[in-house]
Design a protein around this ligand. Structure first.
Ligand code: NAD
Length: 292
């Protein structure tokens, strides 16, 4: 049946996720620091809330979709935050990509107040968010997962309970290191293909038809070949994720040399002022190396 959702964070991803929750018949109370993001969704049937507490008031579930760990901590721990003002349904779900260590602390703090907390980061990009086809990887207690499932179903198609608190973030970090190294591999193929004078669009099509095929090559390849650096998933956010991967791996003494290399290339991209560009703009690092 339809329920009430308090949704905090209406950016590239959150906006589309709210539209799909509305489409599925849920009532959605929205909150963001940007007033215009709220107004736009009110025009689609959402209700504007003045902060997280008001968004969560009377809701079955509160969902956050924010940039980074400190943003989620602010929304949880502030005086007007979700810990002091949980939704009526006593279920809070963070769908951002943040630190698994922070997640376990937040989970424990909610558990002490008898509120279920899930980490449920997503993969699939803005297009997956728009089409409601996200892959949602969920950590936390099975009871909370079961209650959140109908809401996840409005936003995604692959919905998987992957383990206890923080496990969703761990799986997402594995996802991100594959994405980063894959983008790097495509940049190298384009650099070599370009220098050799082969048709790059044809190169892409051939690779997509064989064992080098990938989501990145399919969705981001055209922009990389065209030199289009515009954002979907920002370089700043990718760098944040790769930093989280490295912190996680170092805490477990797992060496990740491939991730270390591509992370330093994202550092280079940021040093050139490209943090707000899309993550496919790693090709610019290669352009600079090859003096393109
Ligand atoms: P975004 O920056 O476009 O949106 C974040 C929104 O949160 C903004 O509207 C911002 O105003 C709002 N916000 C920030 N702090 C806030 C606060 N304290 N209270 C209320 N609102 C606040 O980011 P995004 O691209 O939508 O990504 C959100 C999360 O999802 C990130 O963790 C990102 O890594 C992850 N993610 C993004 C993509 C993608 O392709 N963009 C894909 C998968 C996962």
């Amino acid at each position: 049946g339809a329920g009430t959702v308090g949704f905090i964070g209406l950016g590239t991803m959150g906006r589309e996720m709210v539209l799909n929750l509305l489409k599925a018949g849920h009532a959605v109370r929205v909150s963001d620091l940007r007033r215009e993001a709220m107004d736009e969704l009110v025009a689609h049937g959402a209700t504007a809330a003045d902060g997280p507490a008001e968004a969560a008031a009377g809701a079955d579930i509160a969902i956050t979709m924010l940039p980074d760990t400190p943003d989620v901590e602010a929304v949880v721990y502030a005086a007007g935050g979700l810990l002091a003002n949980p939704p009526r349904g006593r279920l809070v779900v963070d769908m951002s990509t943040i630190s698994p260590v922070a997640v376990r602390r937040i989970h424990a703090d909610f558990a002490a107040r008898d509120v279920a907390f899930l980490d449920a980061p997503v993969s699939g990009g803005p297009v997956g968010a728009k089409n409601g086809t996200l892959s949602i990887m969920v950590g936390g207690d099975p009871e909370g997962f079961a209650r959140a499932h109908p809401f996840f179903g409005a936003m995604g198609t692959t919905i998987t309970h992957v383990g206890g608190p923080g496990a969703g973030q761990t799986v997402k970090l594995c996802n991100q290191l594959v994405c980063g190294i894959n983008i790097q591999a495509i940049c190298e193929a384009i650099a070599l293909g370009r220098a050799s004078g082969v048709d790059l669009e044809q190169l892409r099509k051939v690779l997509l038809g064989g064992s080098a095929a990938s989501w990145m090559l399919d969705r981001l390849g055209p922009a990389m070949i065209a030199g289009d650096a515009s954002a979907g998933f920002r370089i700043d956010l990718m760098f944040k994720d790769l930093r989280l991967v490295q912190e996680h791996a170092q805490a477990l003494s797992v060496p990740l040399p491939g991730t270390a290399l591509v992370t330093s290339q994202y550092v280079e991209a940021r040093a050139h002022g490209e943090g707000a560009n899309g993550n496919q703009a790693l090709f610019r690092v290669y352009d600079r190396m090859t003096n393109q």
